[in-house]
Design a protein around this ligand. Structure first.
Ligand SMILES: C[S@@+](CC[C@H](N)C(=O)[O-])C[C@H]1O[C@@H](n2cnc3c(N)ncnc32)[C@H](O)[C@@H]1O
Length: 233
């Protein structure tokens, strides 16, 4: 198991969304360590990059460059401060303050190898559009770590969430209302959407996780999963 977070302990303090060390270390195994091979020399896009923890983890695992897209300016500042603190070469990363979909619509085709969509796919109602854009950008691998609806049917369960909470959705429609619609896909919906865009999906085997479950109850109950999708052909 990598010691990435032990070597970069600032992320235990800068994260505004559950920076419990055991949770981050457990998630690292699923998000990075399990398919470390996909990061070699990759151009990575990290959507909802938060304090930059997974952007730096991708570079540390061998990525050539990472673009972090995060809608909240205060979190971009935290990410840039940490990258500067850890002496990351300036040419290897860029953080963009933007709405994920707005960014994707303008992004260049064939400019990305790996997409990290972590903790974001249930804070949006734009699921299929996101995946279609990942394909247009040329991603060969897509890692989606998301809360799921446990249902055998391919469904997306809609809900609303408060935009004042920095862990959650922004007011992506600019309506000025305090809450926005978001949706939580079932695993079957996730597979169907990825399949439709030309990707084969595998799930990280969370049930076999041998570490400390205390900080990972959602993964333990099957309420959250990590999908790694590979482009066919
Ligand atoms: C639950 S956090 C996940 C952080 C990190 N990716 C992780 O998995 O540990 C969701 C992040 O997405 C950002 N976010 C929410 N809606 C967004 C949007 N429409 N565009 C870009 N970022 C967004 C939030 O500000 C927050 O930093």
């Amino acid at each position: 198991m990598s010691d990435f977070f032990q070597r970069h302990p600032r992320f235990f303090d800068t994260g505004e969304t559950n920076p419990d060390p055991n949770r981050l270390i457990g998630r690292y195994g699923a998000i990075i360590e399990h398919r470390r091979d996909i990061f070699a020399a990759a151009r990575v896009l990290d959507l909802g990059s938060h304090d930059g923890r997974w952007s730096l983890a991708a570079l540390d695992a061998g990525a050539a460059h990472v673009t972090g897209v995060e809608a909240r300016a205060s979190l971009i500042e935290k990410a840039e401060a940490s990258f500067s603190h850890y002496g990351v070469e300036a040419g290897r990363y860029v953080f963009q303050e933007n709405d994920a979909n707005a960014y994707l619509r303008e992004a260049e085709a064939d400019s990305v190898d790996v997409v990290l969509c972590l903790g974001f796919f249930y804070h949006t109602a734009h699921h299929m559009e996101l995946i279609a854009q990942f394909a247009r950008l040329g991603a060969r691998h897509i890692v989606i770590d998301t809360a799921v609806t446990q249902d055998d049917r391919p469904i997306i369960l809609m809900n609303t969430e408060e935009t004042a909470d920095s862990r959650r959705s922004i007011d992506y429609m600019g309506t000025g209302r305090a809450a926005v619609p978001v949706g939580r896909p079932s695993p079957a919906a996730l597979v169907m959407m990825l399949d439709g865009a030309g990707y084969e999906t595998a799930f990280y085997p969370w049930p076999e996780y041998a570490g400390d479950w205390a900080a990972l109850p959602d993964y333990h109950k099957g309420d959250r999963m990590t999908a790694i999708a590979a482009r066919r052909g």
